[in-house]
Design a protein around this ligand. Structure first.
Ligand code: HEM
Length: 482
């Protein structure tokens, strides 16, 4: 790059300072062919590896993966500028977007520019507070189902695969919201979609990192299973879409995301069947894996910290009274301590610790320390959003401690830089409120109904990052509350 070609989009035109180029950035030494892949993939916890590299090389550094140089940044100023200047100056990292589109079809997560603006409007409307209030009866019904299932598990004494149950729960909530369909995976004892949808996020990651797209020529068993899952989803969504079109044609107002997609928008090209499938699928996977991981971690921390569990329970007794499940969204809103547990989970075990981005044209960014960084058009970047919340000791004293109280002291707004578990700017997660309601409900309702004890018979609980971050080996024993 010619240094004088740097466009001062986010910097000051008059500055005389020479910007840092990617070639000036420090970083771990790449191996021939492999680059930094070996260390990056170590233990399936790439975000922790990058956090350690940040400690070593500074807030912004470079790594090499799949033959390309990537910039990793945990600098809150860069993260803020990039997230806020989408879709005009930055876009999602295109290799990941292309992989996602190829697997599930194009949707709001991967769309850019005008297409994104249209889809974003529909997604936001389907997840706004007023709509969630109407939808609360479904959340309530699904929560009731979950508690009944756990009643049975508690009396059987068998250990509970927490993540699996949380996935079923969030899938049932999200499929109602996305397409008005009750999957009822909580009561499904067979090989239902709940067993296969969790393979989608790992497939995004695996295929993005595979240098040669072999699956276009030869299918391994894992690819065949993925294709079968996508085809099954496709026929379910298209059947529901046919019904949605008829209801909207009969003059009924849209009552879910799929029905909202039917409504034509002036001057917009009609939405294709492939886009309908891609968008409903996006909602399902974006809403299911993320929230289930957060809720599962919350239950883990209750089991590990009896004093926190006791506070969750005392709050539920006081706020919810004689009912087993909060009857309306306002009651969930009063479960402040359970909600603080959820915020603390998102701080110490963020489910989406990285966001990919790339500039649409040459850019110059100003970092927290005032230094400038030049970015070439298309430069792939990893925004390490998990870093600040783990290392900013001024804002989060004793950052390794799990301490929900820090969110109750009136000092911390739930989300503000450097803590952005739901992203930031125009592409901020539209499902945030739903996710907080679901995870708070689960924490409070299950925490109130059951004694929770960690299962220590297997390997220790840890995490893995496969597009999103999940707990692994997370089993609990539940017994009815004494
Ligand atoms: C704890 C749960 C969740 C977390 C931590 C989470 C986090 C995120 C993050 C970090 C992003 C990227 C934001 C950005 O680029 O600035 C995102 C995007 C998105 N999320 Fe969530 N999410 C969660 C739950 C949900 C739920 C429940 C839904 C819907 C049912 C949802 C739907 C979406 C969609 C559609 C996008 C793409 C938005 C766009 O590109 O405009 N998410 N989420």
């Amino acid at each position: 790059m010619n240094r004088s070609s740097a466009l001062p989009v986010n910097g000051d035109m008059s500055t005389e300072r020479t910007p840092t180029l990617i070639s000036d950035l420090p970083g771990p030494k790449p191996l021939p062919f492999l680059g930094n892949l070996r260390e990056f993939s170590r233990g399936g916890r790439a975000h922790r590896v990058m956090e350690a590299w940040t400690d070593q090389y500074g807030l912004t550094y470079r790594i090499q993966l799949g033959g390309s140089d990537l910039i990793v940044t945990a600098d809150p100023a860069h993260i803020d500028t990039i997230l806020r200047n989408r879709p005009d100056d930055f876009q999602r990292e295109q290799r990941t977007s292309a992989t996602i589109d190829e697997i599930i079809g194009p949707g709001v997560f991967t769309a850019e520019d005008d297409r994104w603006r249209r889809l974003r409007k529909v997604a936001t409307q389907s997840l706004n507070v007023a709509y969630l209030r109407q939808y609360f009866t479904t959340i309530n019904r699904v929560t009731d189902r979950l508690v009944r299932q756990w009643d049975a598990l508690a009396s059987s004494g068998e250990r509970i695969d927490v993540l699996n149950w949380m996935m079923r729960y969030t899938l049932d909530v999200t499929s109602g919201l996305a397409m008005g369909h009750d999957l009822n995976s909580l009561e499904d004892t067979g090989d239902g979609l709940h067993r296969r949808i969790p393979m989608i996020f790992p497939a995004f990651q695996r295929r993005t990192r595979t240098p040669v797209p072999y699956w276009r020529y030869v299918k391994l068993p894992i690819d065949r299973r993925l294709d079968a899952t996508v085809r099954e989803m496709e026929s379910l969504v298209l059947a529901r879409y046919g019904e949605a079109k008829m209801r909207v044609a009969a003059g009924e107002p849209p009552s879910n995301f799929l029905e909202a997609l039917v409504k034509p928008i002036a001057d917009e090209p009609a939405i294709t069947d492939q886009e309908v499938v891609g968008n409903v699928f996006t909602m399902l996977v974006a809403g299911e894996d993320t929230t289930s991981s957060t809720a599962a971690w919350a239950l883990h921390f209750l089991a590990e910290h009896p004093e926190i569990h006791a506070k969750v329970r005392a709050e539920a007794d006081e706020v919810v009274g004689t009912q087993r499940i909060p009857g309306d969204p306002a009651t969930v809103g009063r479960l402040k301590y359970a909600e603080a547990v959820v915020h603390e989970v998102l701080r110490v075990q963020p489910v989406a610790p990285i966001v990919g981005a790339q500039p649409k044209r040459d850019q110059r960014l100003t970092g927290r320390d005032g230094a400038e960084l030049h970015l070439d058009q298309g430069q792939p970047m990893i925004l390490l959003t998990s870093y600040g919340a783990r290392r900013d000791t001024a804002r989060f004293p004793d950052p390794d401690a799990f301490r929900p109280e820090r969110w109750l002291e009136g000092k911390l707004p739930p989300e503000a830089l450097p803590f952005t578990p739901f992203g930031n700017g125009p592409r901020f997660c539209p499902g945030r409120n739903l996710a907080i309601i679901e995870a708070t409900m689960v924490t409070s309702v299950l925490g109130r109904a059951f004694e929770l004890n960690p299962d220590r018979s297997g390997p220790p609980v840890t995490e893995r990052l496969e597009f999103a971050s999940y707990p692994t080996n997370l089993y609990l024993h539940a017994t009815p509350r004494g």
